[in-house]
Ligand binder design. Structure first.
Ligand SMILES: [Zn+2]
Length: 243
């Protein structure tokens, strides 16, 4: 049985006291390679984990906050036991519940209980290398301070990984802090939801929408260096007081 996990609930609501973002690489049958992990963590590329951490630091400064966790990449990938990779999960969001091909909670508990150096008062970023045949969805579990990203090998993508990008990681981590999705599923405008207060479409450059209309009229992604934490999102995560 898993050991109980006690989270540090005394962290302040503005989440400035997270010391680290722990990045753990997990896999089932496909192995990670060392160079990919090093580049993904520490390279100058806008999609690296270091760039994501720096981006949060810069964004927090714009709101007179100082969010500056250290990046801690666990460079030895973790092979998940079969009983965990085969466990079916359920994810419940505002729209209802759906079955997932993996029980994220089991993975989180496994990582938090078994990976030496991962502590319960840090943000945990799990990057799971999956095989082509499976369908997974990224998510963030606020109560475990954990973000999940699923990636597949693909030579045309950043670091040779389809599904991984700096903006995806930043988006999921912002969920941990309490931000809501502001994008609309689908290809055509509007790409972002409407603000219920003003009725206006949310900013495409906001990390929680991260979409703009391209020259063909299709909603496409925006890279991290063009993205920001808008005032609406800053309010949701406690960087601006709610008036
Ligand atoms: Zn989201």
């Amino acid at each position: 049985m898993d050991k109980p996990v006690i989270f540090n609930t005394s962290l302040d609501p503005n989440h400035m006291k997270f010391d680290n973002i722990d990045v753990v690489f997990v896999y089932d049958d496909l192995q990670w390679d060392e160079t990919t992990i090093k580049n993904l963590c520490y390279s100058e590329d806008i999609n690296s984990m270091q760039s994501v951490v720096d981006w949060f630091g810069e964004e927090s400064k714009r709101y007179n906050k100082s969010f500056s966790p250290k990046l801690k990449c666990f460079e030895n990938p973790i092979k998940l036991p079969k009983d965990i990779t085969k466990s079916k999960g359920k994810i419940c969001l505002k729209g209802g519940c759906e079955t997932q091909p993996l029980d994220s909670e089991k993975v989180i508990l496994y990582i938090r209980n078994n990976v030496e150096g991962v502590t319960n008062d840090n943000i945990l970023q799990i990057i799971y290398l999956v095989s082509e045949s499976e369908q997974f969805y990224n998510n963030a579990i606020q109560s475990y301070f954990t973000s999940f990203i699923f990636v597949k090998k693909n030579s045309g993508s950043p670091f040779g990984l389809y599904g991984y990008s700096g903006e995806t990681v930043a988006h999921e981590i912002t969920h941990i802090f309490g931000a809501n999705d502001k994008y609309i599923e689908g290809s055509y405008a509007p790409c972002c939801k409407a603000d219920p207060i003003t009725g206006k479409e949310y900013l495409g450059e906001d990390i929680m929408c991260h979409r703009k209309i391209d020259s063909d009229g299709i909603c496409t992604g925006i890279e991290l260096d063009e993205l920001k934490i808008s005032e609406e999102t800053a309010r949701e995560i406690g960087w601006i007081p709610i008036v």
